[in-house]
Design a protein around this ligand. Sequence first.
Ligand SMILES: Nc1nc2c(ncn2[C@@H]2O[C@H](COP(=O)(O)OP(=O)(O)O)[C@@H](O)[C@H]2O)c(=O)[nH]1
Ligand SMILES: [Mg+2]
Ligand SMILES: [Zn+2]
Length: 315
Amino acid sequence: MPSGRRLSRQQQRRIAGRREAASGAGLPGVVVSHLGKRLAVEGESGEVALCHARTNLPPLVTGDRVQWEPDARGAGVVIDLVPRRNAFGRADGGGRFRPIAANIDIVLTMFATAPETEMSVIDRYLVAIENLGLECLLVLNKTDLPPANPPLLARMKEIYRELELDLFAVSALTGAGVEALADRLAGLTAMVVGQSGVGKSSLLNRLGKQELAETGALDAYQRGGAHTTTAARLFHLPGFDLIDSPGVREFSLGHLQAEEVVEGFVELRALAEQCKFRDCSHRVEPGCAVLAAAETGAISRERLRSYGRIVDSLQ
Ligand SMILES: Nc1nc2c(ncn2[C@@H]2O[C@H](COP(=O)(O)OP(=O)(O)O)[C@@H](O)[C@H]2O)c(=O)[nH]1
Ligand SMILES: [Mg+2]
Ligand SMILES: [Zn+2]
């Protein structure tokens, strides 16, 4: 090598760093949660740093892939968002779509044997999932308890089986059925949704075989801040990733139109196209193919009622 100037490793690193900054690059990371305005970003080696996001970025959510730059104090800045594959979310009070988590493979819609769950609560989630074209499965938790309403539960199982939805019956308490569910999720990023109290966090802990909320990388940034997070959180479990979603009082579909709700009811979709009136509400109209199908029992009345409730809730 000629006797030219040789750069020290440190100088090389500094120059490389400047080049990265100039090209808008950075380190790849994933948002695993957020606390207030700060994002918990996990780097490739599993370290978690609390970051602020550049102000030109849209609001980021758990599951977002990002480019970020760590600073010297174990924090950092998110400089770019990798385009999302998808984002699961709900409507806010103003009817605007609010993403909860991004880049999801499958959504677990959870309900419990007790207290009883109204079908339209589950169907709301199913509509949101269908509209995003995401894979879905149902998880019935608390099978260690007697059902609060046995006929309703039996009927719901029958209806969803007819719709060819996979249903996993589990108990987060005893662990029954949990192994089979974990096998089904191998290699995927799953998100669990459902009413507060159905056992989402308990299932997560059971799947993780430990009290996740109190261990691992998450602990570091949880202890760091006084905030208790209400955001979705991503956990790495043996064989797959799981996003635990926060309890929302009502999972609103206010960002959707009635026609989009129909699209979310797989058995109504094709029927609705055969109705006499284009703007058929499928309630009272003559020549309604949906009402006719409910009459003959080709579709379930319960699902049709559920559809009506959801549409009513859109205002
Ligand atoms: N009997 C029984 N109780 C459960 C089961 N899973 C969760 N729970 C209880 O249900 C309550 C709510 O659980 P949690 O995981 O916080 O629900 P989340 O709000 O959906 O996250 C807690 O008191 C749990 O102990 C279960 O499989 N069986
Ligand atoms: Mg919870
Ligand atoms: Zn109709």
